[in-house]
Design a binder for this molecule. Structure first.
Ligand code: ZN
Length: 133
């Protein structure tokens, strides 16, 4: 079964720590071990894993993405959100995390981030837990 998590974003560009939401899905699945697949079914949002101890890390990631991929340039896409499409493809739409002892096997400083690049919007995240002990 695939669980779809709703995520309401609140800014044009935003990294939201969703580690707790994903852990809730793992807990509900009752899997003790296995694999957790995460997939973002959007073209202007993405998912990544990075430091969750110091919020300035993801602020720095956003700052550099905005420098490398500016909001305005000579883009051809008529909707006007090409920067968001490009950033989403650079970061990526899926992650895989191992499950051990019923818990996401993340590094000490790692968190899972939903990356909004064209918000605010109502977003979805598909989560698939494959239990195997
Ligand atoms: Zn577009």
């Amino acid at each position: 079964m695939i669980k779809t998590v709703q995520i309401q974003t609140g800014a044009r560009t935003e990294f939201i720590d969703i580690t707790g939401k994903v852990q809730d899905v793992v807990r509900e699945s009752k899997a003790r071990g296995g694999i957790c697949y995460l997939f973002v079914p959007h073209t202007t949002a993405a998912i990544t894993i990075n430091e969750n101890a110091d919020p300035s890390v993801h602020q720095d990631i956003v700052m550099q993405l905005n420098k490398v991929i500016p909001f305005d340039d000579q883009y051809r896409h008529i909707e006007g959100n090409s920067a968001a499409h490009i950033k989403a493809s650079v970061i990526g739409f899926s992650e895989t995390v191992f499950i051990e002892a019923g818990t996401l096997l993340l590094g000490t400083w790692q968190g899972i981030y939903f990356c909004e690049f064209d918000g605010p919007r109502s977003r979805k995240l598909h989560v698939k837990v494959m239990a195997s002990d």
